[in-house]
Each structure stands twice: as C-alpha cells, then as structure tokens.
Design a protein around this ligand. Structure first.
Ligand code: NAD
Length: 463
C-alpha cells in the first residue's frame, strides 16, 4: 500500500475509533461503568482461561501480537494526541517491539526433582484476576505488554489506567478482547472502567477477588499498592544517570546518550535523565553533544526560565512539559531553534533542579566530576535510591563492575543507549513494567504466576 493511502486509512480508522469511544465506551469489549462489574466479568473469563491449554493461550497471544502490529500506527497516534506526550514514530516502534518480543507461554517453566521417593514438580500457576494500574507515559504499550504476560500465565486482568490515557486504553482493551474472541477465547480477558479514578482504583485494591496488584507509575501509586495488604508488584520512578569516564569512546557515548535520552521524548523511565562526566573528557563530551548530536547549549538564563516553566512552585512537574520535544520546550521559554535540535544540554551542579528531578523531557544536565570514584558517588546520589536504571560508558571492566555494584539497579546498560535494556539493539525481552521497588526487575509472564508444588509420592521416577 502506498504511504499516503496507508496514512489516510490510519487516520480514518483513528477518527472512527474516537467517534466510537465518544458514542459508547461501554459498548466496547471489556469496558464497564463500575469497577465491581469489570472485576466480575474478568473473573468469569478467568474461569474459562484456567482450563484452557497452553496452546490455546498462545493462540490468543498470537492474535494480540498480530492486532497490535496492525494497529501500531493508530495506537501511537491516539497515545500522543490524548496525552500530549511523546512522538508518534517512536511510539510505533515501542508497539512493534511489545508485539514481537514480549514473552508468552514459553516463559512459564517447571522445576522438577525426581528420586527414590518419587517426582516433585514446581509449576507456575495463575493468580486469578490481576489488578493493574498503568501510567500515562506508555499507556497502550503497558496494557499490551502486561496483558500478554498475565494471559500467558493463565490470569485475566482489570486495568485502572491513568485518566489522561483512558481513550487509548479503552481502544487497546477492546482490541485485546477482539483478539481473544478471534482465537476462540473468552471475552473480557482484559477489562477496565469508562472513567478510571482514584475511587475505582481503591475499589480494585480492596476487592476480595483481586489477589495480586501490579502498579506501574510514580512513587504515590507504588506506595498505595504496597500499603494495600495484598501481594503487590511495584514498578516505580527512576532518575537514571549515565556515567562517562576517560576510557570511554566519547563520540559513541555522546551518540548513545542522546539517542536514549530523546527516544519518545524521554518518556521511558529507563531513559538517560542526566550525565556524570569525568573532568578530563567532559569538554570533549559536551562538544560532541552540541556539534555532532543536535544538542542546544542552554545558557544560565535559559536554564532559569526552563526551571520556572517545567517545574511548578511546589516542585511538581508541569504536565504540559512532560514528554515534549526539545524544540517545543525551548519555544516555551522564548527560544526558537531549527528542527535539527533534539536535546537541551548544560553543565551544572548535581543539586540543579533540572538534574536532580526526574523530568521525562529531553533535557540533559551534565555534572562534571574530578574522577571515576567521585562519579560513582554522584551517580548513586542522583539515582535517589530508586534502584531503577543506570548507564555507564567505560572500557574498564573493573570500573563497570564497581559502578554496577554501587548503583544496585534493576537495569544497567554498558556502552549503549538505555533502550538496549528493552531488547532494542540489545539482547533480551522488553517490558514496560520494570519492578524496581519490589525487586522482580523486568516483569514477564513468570512474574505474574504463583509457585505450586505438585508431588507424586514413590512413583514416576524411572532413573
Ligand atoms: P503517575 O504516578 O502520575 O500515575 C501512574 C498511575 O498511577 C496512573 O494510573 C495514576 O492514575 C495512578 N495513581 C497515581 N497516584 C495514585 C494513588 N495514590 N493511588 C492509586 N493510583 C494512583 O505516573 P505517570 O505520569 O502516569 O507516569 C510516570 C511515572 O511512572 C514516572 O515516575 C516514571 O518513572 C514511572 N514509570 C515507571 C515505570 C517502571 O516500569 N518502573 C514505567 C513507566 C513509568
């Protein structure tokens, strides 16, 4: 199909999807007015799911992958237009990555012991109906990736999405249920409510039929699920530093850092949020940012205007600035630049508000340190104990090891862009729920299962 025809097709579908949502979100698969009804429907679907073969679950997942790829452009457009955050091109890539590489039932494995007294298995069984809370920053990506993993584990799921992303979430949940029906599965394998609120979230957290909560978001929501009295997986905030030492390939480090930092306008929680550079290569790195990688050097005056614009007087983020591109942010402070500008850079102390705050904007503050040891100390301080993600550019294996131990994060990328951690130009599978606070790390189907021991006494050992 020629590009313009594809674009027209995508826009028509998007408009139709929007109209459909306005007319009756409740008419879409998996969408309910009341959270209790959503949970009840997901519970009925789980009764069907729990007796399905792994092969049947995999058929549903294949159909979800197919529909996600078919709808990648629509989902990306809807996400950007509803939330005002991120960019369509990178969001399309995120959806394709989620569709193609999120682990399915192959992630569900068994441990076995056999011997004189028989055979014992530890199997990964479903929890039942999982309650998931999803962010505005990767809305449909998180819903799709959570759904694939949770369904692979034999669960069904109820989502309470960010209210600013409810339309794209409803579209996604409808798509997931259509995939299930097309594969011969039940309706309502993923459910949500028309109007997600803190009240609907509270109903979900307290509901007797929700044994496991999964929260992807900032510190508030993670603390809320961890205080619920239920088992909870908390994928919280980060503020990932990228440390560059004097052994690094500096031009490559500059390129990788800017590529990672600007991906989807810095929305991913794993993205480089600030740089710590050893003094002897700091000037070379700054020059590479500015001369070779489309970075704008912000003066003290521009930095002050940015602080006043992107951070509110109470210290919160101005939501109108989150996930915006560098040009838009600069235009908000009266600076007009060309389309070649991808990122804003400046040098400052570690306490600088644009450095110490998790901005989720392509603004990279650079902290100059005298040597590697001071760099490690500074990076640990900047990560604020989130233990989420950190990155390093160094050719010295001992230093990389020292840094990795000191940071103690769920993700550590060496000599690459941050998104290599999600299987983009790096090995391994992707996820948009990185359980930093509760320690499961990059979640997948196995994370959403419980361990069950199954014992055959005195039989079935044929050794
Ligand atoms: P957010 O914390 O504002 O909202 C996340 C979700 O939690 C939303 O659905 C929101 O409605 C809900 N929520 C917030 N406070 C709540 C409370 N007290 N009780 C119940 N629900 C509550 O975050 P956001 O702006 O949507 O996303 C950005 C944040 O999420 C960043 O801090 C980012 O680092 C983090 N994040 C983490 C991961 C991860 O995998 N660790 C992934 C994506 C985003």
């Amino acid at each position: 199909m020629p590009v313009d025809e594809a674009l027209i097709h995508s826009i028509v579908q998007q408009v139709m999807a929007g109209m459909q949502l306005q007319e009756s979100a409740a008419g879409m698969h998996g969408v309910f007015r009341d959270m209790n009804d959503a949970i009840e429907a997901a519970k009925e679907a789980q009764k069907v799911m729990r007796v399905m073969t792994l092969d049947q679950r995999e058929k549903i997942i294949s159909e979800i992958r197919k529909k996600t790829n078919e709808n990648a452009e629509i989902l990306a457009n809807m996400g950007v237009s509803e939330t005002g955050m991120g960019n369509v091109g990178d969001k399309i890539l995120k959806h394709r990555l989620t569709a193609d590489k999120t682990p399915g039932t192959e992630d569900i494995t068994t441990i076995a012991w056999s011997g004189d007294r028989g055979l014992t298995l530890v199997e990964m069984g479903p929890f039942g109906v999982i309650g998931a809370i999803t962010p505005a920053t990767n809305p449909s990506e998180t819903v799709i990736c959570n759904s694939i993993g949770m369904i692979a584990g034999g669960n069904t799921v109820v989502f309470n999405p960010h209210p600013n992303a409810k339309k794209v979430t409803i579209f996604t949940i409808n798509m997931i249920n259509e995939a299930s029906l097309a594969a011969g599965g039940p309706d309502n394998i993923a459910c949500t409510v028309e109007n997600p609120t803190l009240d609907s979230s509270s109903v979900m957290m307290k509901h007797k039929d929700i044994p496991l909560l999964v929260a992807t978001g900032g510190p508030g929501v993670v603390t809320a699920v961890l205080s619920s009295g239920k088992r909870a997986i908390g994928a919280g905030a980060g503020n990932p530093p990228a440390l560059v030492d004097e052994t690094a390939d500096v031009p490559k480090a500059a390129r990788d850092i800017v590529n990672g930092c600007t991906f989807d306008n810095n929305l991913p929680c794993i993205a480089e949020k600030e740089v710590v550079a050893v003094d002897s290569i700091c000037d070379e790195l700054m020059n590479a940012f500015i001369n070779d990688n489309g970075c704008y050097l912000a003066s003290k005056e521009v930095q002050d205007k940015l602080i006043a614009t992107v951070i509110t007087p109470k210290g919160a983020l101005n939501r109108k600035c989150v996930g915006r591109d560098a040009r838009t942010l600069l235009s908000m402070v009266g600076v007009n630049v060309g389309a070649d500008i991808r990122c804003i850079v400046f040098e400052g102390p570690k306490e600088h508000p644009l450095i110490t705050t998790e901005l989720m904007m392509p603004i990279l503050g650079v902290v100059r340190v005298k040597d590697f040891a001071e760099g490690v100390e500074t990076a640990v301080w900047l990560e604020h104990g989130n233990r989420h993600s950190a990155h390093i550019h160094s050719k010295n294996v001992d230093r990389i090891t020292t840094y990795a131990r000191a940071m103690d994060t769920a993700i550590l990328v060496k000599n690459g862009p941050s998104y290599a951690a999600l299987g983009f130009g790096g090995e391994g599978y992707p996820t948009f729920t990185i359980a930093s606070r509760t320690g499961e790390g990059l979640t997948s189907a196995a994370t959403f299962t419980k361990r069950r021991r199954c014992v055959m006494s005195d039989s079935l050992c044929i050794r």
